[in-house]
Each structure stands twice: as C-alpha cells, then as structure tokens.
Design a binder for this molecule. Structure first.
Ligand SMILES: *[C@@H]1O[C@H](CO)[C@@H](O)[C@H](O)[C@H]1NC(C)=O
Length: 927
C-alpha cells in the first residue's frame, strides 16, 4: 500500500512528488527503475553469442560422499589481455571453481558451483529456504559410468532418468535412460560465466556503479553468474513470478520476432501503479521455471536471492540457420551468489510441482476462516467506522470473516501500537467481531520509526539489530513513519526477537482473534535506489544486501509467522499475509499481487499472476478485489467479485484516495450481484478447504492452469483466461465491459455441466456462450463430486455445524468421485489424525462414503454434520427413492433446483434429507 504520491519524503523530494502527481495518467515510473542495459552484469551477459566466451572443462571427476565432484578449469589458456577495456582482464585465471552434483529422491538433480576456499571471501548461500531434512532424502550414488573415452560421466537420477556431466566444455544434461536427447540441459550453448571475487587494487568502474544519484559501492568487484538452460521437448515455459502479464505462458524476450523487450526481472520492488503487462520485476521473486509440452514437463530452480534477469529466447535468437525445434532456450543472469540449482525431471506437470515442493516445503494449512472473504481498506478510520461496516454486512446479508486495519490505525506508524483517539479500545473492538465469529487483521511493516520513545526502536537499537549501511551505521531510510531502520531478519536471533513482539503481553491491545499483514517488506525505502535498500547495505555475517535482497521479505514473513505460532503456544495456525515473497514463502502464509489498479486489464492479468504463483508453490494467493488504485465502475467491481470469489485468497482492498466501495454502496441491484458472488464462495468453502488440504500435502495448487489437469490437451497450454479450481471446476472470467458473449474452451475427455443451470456441454471444443450479468461462466467436470454448504450465515465460523450438499456430476459411465476434508479449522490436531477425510464414489447407482485416513493414524475429530441434500446431474429420469445402509432407511427423490438461490428451474435429481453423517461409512442406493 505504497505510493510516492502519498509518501511524505523530505522537502526536496516532495517537489518531485508533486510533479509526478501532476504529470501523469499512467503512473508507472519507468525511469525510477534500472533496465538491463543499466545493469552491467545483465548487459554483458545478454550481449554474448553462444560459445563466444572462454569455456570451462570439468577435471578430476569423481565420487565423494555419494555425490559427484569435479573442478572447473579453463578449457584452453586464456588469451593474453591487451586492451584495458576488457572487464575480464583483472581475473585471476589460476583460481578454479568447484562443482558438485547430487541426487535427491523423486527425480531431483542438484548442481552446486562455487569458488574454491582460496577466494578472498565466502559467497552467499541462501539459508533457511531448503527443507532442513533435505539431506535425509539424498541418494547415495554407488557408481559413475564413463562411456566414450572418459569424455562424460553419467549416473542414476530416477527410474527412467540419468544425469550426464559432459567434461569439455562442461555441460549438464538430464536424459531419459537410453535416449541421447536430453530433457533439460545447462551450458549447452556455452554461455556459462562466473565472475570471481576480487581484492580491490585500484579505483575504477568495477568498484562502483551509479544510478539516479545513488552510488553503489562494490568492495568485492563484479560477482555475477550467468548461464543457459534448455528445456527440451517443451512447447511453453511458465513460472518465475512475479510479473504482471495477460499471458500465463512466458513470452520470448529475445529473438527474431520479438520487439525490443527487457528480460524477466526478479528483483523485489515496491512498484507504484504497475503495468498490466510487463516483464518488469514486482514484489516477490521465485527463480523457478517449468516447461510443458506434449511429451513431458520438467523444471529448473536456482536458489539465489540476488537480482536475477532471465531471458526466454525465441527460436533462432542466436542467428542459427536451423533453429532447434521443440526446445526452449533460456538465459539466467544473477548479480551475485553461487550456483545452487535444481533440475526436476517430471515427467507429468504435477510431478514437477511435487519435486519442487519436496525441496522448498508444502504450503501451510490455513485456518478455515482465512479461506473465506476478507474486507480491507486503507483505512477503516476508527472504531465507529469498523462497527458500522461490520453491521452493514449483516444488514445486507453479505457474509464476511475478517476486517482489516491498514497503517492509519497505529500511533504514528509505530507498528504494534494503536492510535489512542481513533482506536481507544482495541480489545473490545476485536471482541465484538469475535462474538460473531469474525477476525481482525492489523498491518505490521518492517520499517521501524527512529524514535527513542518507541520501545521497539529502542530495544532494537540497543541490541544492534538493524541492517547496517555501507559505513557500518544503522541503515536509515525513509518510509511511512519518516526516518526508519530495518530489522536484520537474516539473523535467526533477530527473527526470534521479532517473533516475541507478537505475544499478547508485548503487543498491547491484541487478542487471540487478531492476525497479521506484512506489507512493504521488499523492503520499500522511499528514498533508496529503486525505492528499496541500497545494495551495499550490510547484513548479519557481513552479507551485502545485494546478495540477500530478494529473500529479505521472506525472512520477515517467516519471523512474523513464527511469532503468531509462539503466541498460540504452537496450537493456533498463523495467518500472515505478505507482499514480498521468495521460494519457500508457502510455508509461512499467504501472498497477494500487491497494489493493482481498478481497470479491466488488471482484472484479466490477475488470473495468470495467481496461476503462476500457484505453479511455484504459493497456492494461497489472490489479487485485491476491485483494484487498489482508482475507482472501479460498478460493473468492473461486480465482475471482480465474481472472479475473486474463486481466488484462493479472496480480499477486497482499496487505496486511501479512492471512494468508499463496500458492497452495498452501488444500489440494490449491484449489492444483490455482489452478495450472490460472495455466497458462491461461502457455499463452496467445504470444497476449497478440501483443496487447501490437498495443497498442504502435495503442493498441487488450489487454482490451476487447465493443462495441469489436462496435460495432453494442447488447446489448454496457452490459456490464461480460464482456470480450474481443483480437479472439478472450470471458471472463465469476464474481462470486458458490457461483454455479451464469450468463447470458452472446455477441455477434452469429459463433458461439463454449467454450475448454475445444469446444462451439459461437450468437452474438446470451444463454446460460444451468452454472458449474463449475474455470474461468470463456471462448469463442473463430469465424473466429479463437489461438497457445498448452502445455508448462509454471517461468517464461516457460524457455518461449522451446518449440513452439507453434495453435487454429483455424472460422466458417460454414470460414475463420479470426490473428496471432503474437515478438521477443527484452527489447530494442529489434524497432524495427529484429528480430521475427517472421506472419498465419495458414485457407481452403479450407488453412492458410497469411504474413510481415506491412513489406517494406522491415531487422533479423532468428531462431527455430527450430516448431508442434507444430494444433487445428481446427468442421471436418466426414473429415480423413485433412495435407500440408505446401514439401517435400510429411505429418502425421497425428486426434481430440484441446482442452487437454492436464483435459478428456480428444476433441473436435477435431488435426494432430500438423506441425513447421513459425514463422519460415518454408508451407502445410498438410488432406485
Ligand atoms: C467416470 O468417472 C469415474 C470416476 O471418476 C471414472 O473411474 C471413469 O473412468 C469415468 N468414465 C468415463 C467414461 O469417463
């Protein structure tokens, strides 16, 4: 929730800000940010042709400690340097690089390349991202095979796959066993370059960079790394968030038919009014790319937290006469760090996700309330405003679960405090919400006001807990409270200290129904280069900010999440929303796409953005409903609610300068449309919660690209407009004003039922559909069963004991399957087996409920909830009654509506009041 326009920087800057305010309709400040040409490491690497730089060869290849090790040496003696303008002139050619290749269970190859111990300094390796027990899953390699005259070494990688290290020039390949063609390869194009650290000898370019009045000192010289990675057999590549784009597949950024484009940039930045379509870096970075093609999927992840730039190269980019078919080349460039890279063999796209999640961790299981609807605004003014908004939701019969307070609730942007005039009784305020089963979220940002009377500031300065500037003093940057310092959350001790601040004693005015929002944690520094911290600032362990930048927000999120965990004695699942993120953030909470704008293009871009986050581990994500900047016209707001109701994280939010836009402010008709959209989400909460469970076990995201469910259907590979919610539902957004019709491609292999009126559609073709204002197109796949709760309450917590509805969409063999997961929605008791997990199977006119909990698991979660209605789509007419076993009970069968609201048409066979318990085994036969 930033904006130069709202910042209060020092006087000099204010003039500039005023100018910006006056000058602009589209406000993205391109000039504020560096492009590739302004970053020497990027410009250099991008300018190279294949095999144009001195190559390295692998020597002394051997097995040690169950892994492959080798030394990388120049293939041929370096030419004598003559001209002084060669940046490689100062390199010490005698220093070798060390290479290590290791293999992990499930099809993961790890490549590490670092300088040898004689380097002047240790390069930074990102800690606390890989799972701590990862080494337990390493495979001990028993042997290396060297076929043709020792020119390469190959070894086992996974069933059906082997890894190959080609010696000279060195190249890494992942291959299907017995096939000469790789699945993945690194340095096939000879672009590998590794700038070794230097000891400063003289002044000059390499020791300093300047950008817009900021000087970046580089005491260790340039230290970038770049290399090529090729995805073979790939039609498209995806991933590497965060960028705003209308396309889910990554478009080429360089090559014959590409107009001038920047590479995809990974550099966590607080970007004011970002564009809807740009490779430019936003708030978070995950250097993980996946490929998909008709033959297989694969993935590549580079654990490196420095600025990264990635080119996706179009065929023929290197001027070769016969560009490779079915191969996508990419160029990876990072300013610092080491090579610590992972290759994932797939071959199914869900395998690639599992392999990535296997090293970075599964998404945290959220509390049930967090899956419901959140109401936010910058800012709800005071306690009266909070009470009035809360009451109005009830008056208008719109459920919601969480009310959010932005920065203005604090005493002068000192986080963990309250404005005494506006919020004199925070505990009472939270208590009133909690009485209706509702929760509150307050914002806690990393910038700490430099004010000795502020206890947090005082404590942290006394303990020396701040990031230091290049001179060794506490870094002082400008943010919301004015002059601020930033806790050095790279240090585990400081994270522990930070976590303590969330205890009820320490955070005065907080109660158990209060949860947290971390914003501005890129970190945002209004007067810093590119609105962030200078790269030469110093962290714990003498780490330069440039080395850790993209993970700063991750460590802050981690510390906050651990704070809530401690606060609840490890028994209350944290909820922490973060704007910045890195690989692994899924273990700590939720993210969103930051400060979007209220326009149709950004509504459209929200889907590829959220899908990309889901593919890279961050299943629990969403976009601000309504758009943060600007005032949405009512039609856009309604469409946004209709789409947002399907986002994994469903929150409305708005900038301080926008008009109020609570759902009831646009007339009866629009209120009814928004109410209906929110009701759709609440009725699907049991299905969503079940999907969150699946994500927390397997990493398969809640919201999925079509090709994740239909990997063989080529039509789906480049779709970013429609998406799957779990395996069963397909949703198509409406992204244009007054749109009358829309063409929806329904994947092949099954038929589909319209979720509102039950109409059946054939799969494998595009359907032109009329668009109505009351909903966006949504379909249930034939062969699936979706659990719902159709009684509306004030909040999800009040629905806990409500009965369920099952919607059974039958396929060609009159069969279907689905799951339901239920636990207490709050604690970790589920880890001990205290949950209900059922699989419903419909076949031969019989519905069976089966317990799918592992047989040996202890723990018990009981629920008296029953199923009050079963709706069957696609059942031939003639059903008369249902008989339930055990007990030989009968239930009525009749035609009924598909939804209780709106559609009154009688479309589906409905079993009324079977009243079977979700906790029990039973069968229900249709006669
Ligand atoms: C119908 O669905 C069932 C359960 O998901 C599945 O086993 C069966 O193969 C499907 N039949 C057809 C024709 O798709």
């Amino acid at each position: 929730m930033p904006s130069p326009a709202d910042r209060s920087p020092p006087i000099l800057l204010r003039v500039a800000v005023l100018f910006l305010l006056l000058s602009t309709a589209s406000a993205w400040k391109k000039d504020e940010f560096r492009n590739c040409d302004q970053s020497p490491f990027c410009k250099r690497a991008r300018g190279r042709k294949p095999h144009s730089i001195p190559s390295l060869s692998a020597a002394d290849v051997s097995l040690s400690d169950g892994a492959v090790s080798a030394r990388l040496l120049p293939s041929q003696p370096l030419r004598q340097n003559t001209a002084g303008d060669d940046p490689e002139a100062d390199r010490d050619p005698s220093r070798i690089l060390l290479l290590r290749l290791s293999v992990y269970q499930g099809g993961v190859l790890r490549l590490q390349i670092d300088e040898d111990p004689s380097a002047p300094r240790r390069r930074f390796q990102v800690p606390d991202v890989l799972l701590p027990d990862l080494d337990d899953h390493r495979l001990w390699l028993p042997r290396l095979s060297s076929p043709a005259a020792g020119s390469s070494s190959s070894f086992y990688l996974a069933d059906g796959f082997e890894a190959v290290l080609i010696h000279d020039p060195f190249e890494i390949q992942v291959r299907r066993k017995g096939s000469a063609e790789p699945v993945l390869s690194l340095n096939s194009l000879g672009l590998f370059d590794f700038e070794q650290l230097m000891v400063k000898k003289n002044d000059g370019e390499d020791w300093e960079e300047r950008f817009r009045g900021h000087t970046d000192t580089r005491p260790h010289g340039p230290q970038s790394i770049s290399f090529d990675v090729s995805f073979h057999g790939a039609d498209f590549v995806y991933g590497i968030p965060e960028h705003a784009s209308s396309s889910l597949a990554l478009r080429p950024t360089s090559g014959p038919d590409v107009e001038h484009s920047e590479p995809y940039r990974l550099f966590n930045l607080d970007v004011f009014e970002y564009l809807a379509d740009s490779p430019f870096g936003l708030y978070g970075s995950i250097p993980f790319m996946l490929s998909h093609g008709a033959r297989s999927s694969s993935g590549f992840f580079w654990l490196n937290a420095a600025e990264m730039q990635i080119d996706v190269l179009a065929p023929g980019w290197d001027d070769s006469a016969s560009p490779a078919k079915g191969r996508i080349d990419t160029l990876w460039m990072s300013e610092a760090g080491v090579v610590d890279a992972f290759f994932f063999v797939g071959p199914d796209p869900k395998d690639v996700l599992r392999q990535y999640i296997g090293i970075t961790g599964t998404p945290a299981m959220p509390q049930e309330f967090a899956v419901a609807y959140h109401q936010c605004r910058w800012n709800y003014r005071d306690e009266e405003d909070v009470a009035a908004v809360d009451a109005a939701f009830d008056e208008h019969d719109i459920p919601y679960d969480v009310l959010w307070l932005d920065i203005e609730h604090t005493d002068g942007k000192r986080y963990f405090t309250w404005d005494r005039v506006l919020f004199p009784n925070p505990k009472e305020m939270q208590g009133k919400l909690a009485a209706k089963g509702r929760h509150m979220v307050t914002i806690v940002d990393p910038h700490i006001k430099r004010d000795d009377s502020f206890y947090i500031y005082k404590e942290a300065s006394e303990k020396g807990y701040y990031v230091k500037d290049a001179m060794g003093k506490d870094f002082d940057g400008w943010c919301w409270p004015g002059s601020s310092s930033y806790p050095d959350v790279l240090n585990p001790e400081i994270r522990e200290w930070w976590a303590e601040k969330f205890s009820f004693q320490s955070y005065v005015g907080s109660t158990p129904s209060l949860y947290i929002w971390n914003d501005m944690n890129e970190p945002s520094v209004f007067n810093g280069p590119e609105i962030t911290m200078p790269r030469d600032a110093i962290h714990y362990g003498d780490v330069e900010h440039r080395e850790v930048h993209n993970a700063y927000g991750y460590y802050f999120h981690m510390a906050t999440s651990n704070g809530l965990l401690k606060r609840g004695n490890g028994m209350d699942r944290p909820f922490v929303l973060s704007r910045a993120f890195f690989a692994g953030s899924q273990r700590y909470g939720t993210v969103w796409t930051g400060d979007n704008s209220a326009n149709w293009d950004q509504l459209r871009a929200s889907v590829p953005m959220i899908l990309t986050l889901g593919l890279t581990g961050l299943s629990f994500s969403g976009a601000d409903v309504g758009g943060f900047f600007g005032n949405p016209e009512p039609e856009l707001l309604v469409r946004w609610y209709q789409l947002g109701a399907y986002y994994p994280f469903f929150r409305a939010h708005a900038h301080q300068d926008t008009k109020r836009r609570e759902p009831w402010l646009f007339g009866e008709h629009n209120t009814a449309l928004i109410r209906e959209a929110v009701h759709v989400r609440y009725s699907l909460l049991p299905y969503y919660y079940t999907l969150f469970r699946e994500a927390s076990v397997s990493g398969i995201p809640v919201m999925r690209p079509l090709w994740l469910e239909f990997p063989a259907d080529k039509e789906t590979y480049n779709t970013g407009e429609a998406f799957m919610v779990g395996p069963s539902l397909l949703v198509q957004g409406i992204y244009e004003k007054r749109q009358k019709s829309v063409s929806v491609y329904l994947p092949m292999g099954q038929s589909w039922y319209n979720m509102r009126n039950g109409a059946a559609y054939t799969g494998g073709i595009s359907h032109k559909l009329e668009v109505s204002e009351d909903s966006i197109p949504s379909f249930q796949k034939a062969g699936t069963i979706v659990p719902r709760k159709d009684r509306f309450r004030r909040s999800s917590t009040q629905m806990v004991n409500d009965p369920y509805t099952l919607v059974i969409a039958l396929n060609g063999s009159l069969a279907a399957e689905g799951e339901l997961y239920v636990d207490d929605g709050k604690s970790y008791d589920f880890e001990q087996g205290a949950y209900i997990h059922r699989r419903f199977i419909f076949a031969d006119c019989k519905l069976t409920s089966i317990d799918v909990r592992p047989a040996k698991i202890g723990g018990k979660f009981s629920s008296d909830c029953v199923i009050e209605r079963i709706i069957l789509l696609g059942l031939p007419s003639g059903a008369k009654k249902a008989v339930i076993e055990p007990g030989n009970r009968e239930a009525d069968v009749e035609l009924g509506p598909l939804t209780l609201r709106g559609g009154s048409s009688l479309v589906a066979v409905t079993v009324r009041k079977p009243n079977v318990r979700i906790a029990d085994d039973w069968t229900l036969r249709i006669l």
